[in-house]
Design a protein around this ligand. Structure first.
Ligand SMILES: Nc1ncnc2c1ncn2[C@@H]1O[C@H](COP(=O)(O)OP(=O)(O)OP(=O)(O)O)[C@@H](O)[C@H]1O
Ligand SMILES: [Mg+2]
Length: 315
């Protein structure tokens, strides 16, 4: 990443609320035009980071550069470049969707308000509900409107603090599509989430925040590679077939046997070639397999694995 490519840079960030040391040493950079997910459990410090990056909160220590400006010394310039969609929806419930958008546009001194508002209502699929009061909107519609409001004034960096919390699965997936489209217009997105799946779907880079630090960072693919290989599991009709399979497969594979369930597991990345080679070997030896399944590592496994390892370090 060259310097001109960096939208956000966080170095040695520390923050405590009295005795509660929330951020002990946070470091990360976000590439321009990418989506970066800060993943962490309840109370990990995600909102605290978002507040510091968006100039709402002053850090105890460390350097934070957003859009080439220091958040402490140049907070006005930072504010001009960003928008923030907070963890709880910030809408005026007495107004309609259109009126909420118009209000923000006026506050931000935007020209051609009606053109911009109409375009946003269309982009966020809110045209039909535009002139209804927010009080009648569903959670998903409120979140979409909140996001639409954050785009007014063309921010180059958008902070989304748990954008889909509280939404049902369908509304969550719909919002994912909207968020994915933001980066196609060159906007940098930093979002926080407690959902591993959300980070997996949306983010180019995922950083796991735990006990005040980023304990690991990478693309979803890279994080999944930190785990041991996926496993293939084979179950057999009886002991004879199981024994035959063990002696056949242990020549080539690392075999873990479970005699009680008449099954065995072998470590494999689970590629099509690997699997068909394995099954062919078994078929040729006329061994009777009653069940075959594959366990691929998920981001959830990575998260649990890393968090467990960190917890052991503390003990
Ligand atoms: N204004 C505050 N004063 C004192 N303590 C605070 C304040 N804000 C947050 N905290 C504490 O700091 C820690 C981190 O809070 P933060 O809201 O940043 O976490 P989070 O990762 O956003 O959690 P969640 O997923 O629940 O939103 C928590 O222990 C919280 O209780
Ligand atoms: Mg939070």
């Amino acid at each position: 990443m060259t310097e001109s490519n960096i939208a956000i840079s966080v170095s040695n960030l520390k923050m405590a609320y009295k005795d509660n040391k929330v951020l002990t040493d946070v470091n990360f950079t976000v590439e321009k035009g990418s989506t970066f997910a800060l993943l962490g459990s309840n109370g990990a410090g995600k909102t605290t980071i978002i507040k510091i990056l968006s100039t709402l909160l002053k850090a105890d220590e460390g350097e934070v550069i957003v859009n080439n400006f220091n958040v402490t010394n140049n907070s006005k310039e930072v504010r001009n470049a960003i928008s923030l969609t907070g963890q709880s929806v910030a809408l005026d419930y007495i107004l309609t969707g259109r009126e909420n958008l118009q209000m923000i546009a006026k506050l931000r001194n935007v020209n051609h308000i009606d053109i911009i508002v109409n375009a946003l209502l269309k982009q966020f699929d809110l045209e039909d509900a535009a002139d209804k009061r927010i009080a009648t909107y569903s959670g998903g519609m409120c979140r979409r409107l909140d996001l639409a409001m954050s785009l007014i004034g063309n921010p180059s960096i958008i902070f989304l603090d748990e954008p889909t919390t509280g939404l049902d699965p369908q509304a969550r997936i719909a919002l994912w599509d909207v968020i994915k489209n933001l980066t196609t217009s060159g906007i940098t997105v930093l979002l926080t989430t407690q959902y591993l799946e959300e980070a997996d779907v949306l983010a180019d880079q995922i950083a796991i925040l735990h006990k005040g630090k980023i304990v690991t960072q990478g693309s979803a693919k890279e994080l999944k590679q930190q785990l041991p290989n996926a496993h293939l599991k084979l179950s057999f009709a009886d002991k004879e077939n199981l024994s035959a399979a063990i002696s056949l497969l242990s020549k080539t594979y690392d075999v873990i046997t479970n005699k009680e369930s008449l099954s065995l597991s072998i470590s494999s990345k689970g590629g099509v070639e690997d699997i068909s080679k394995l099954l062919n070997t078994i078929c040729e030896a006329k061994i009777n397999v009653v069940e075959f399944s594959q366990k691929l590592p998920t981001l959830e496994d990575v998260f649990l694995d890393i968090v467990n390892t960190e917890e052991k370090k503390v003990v």
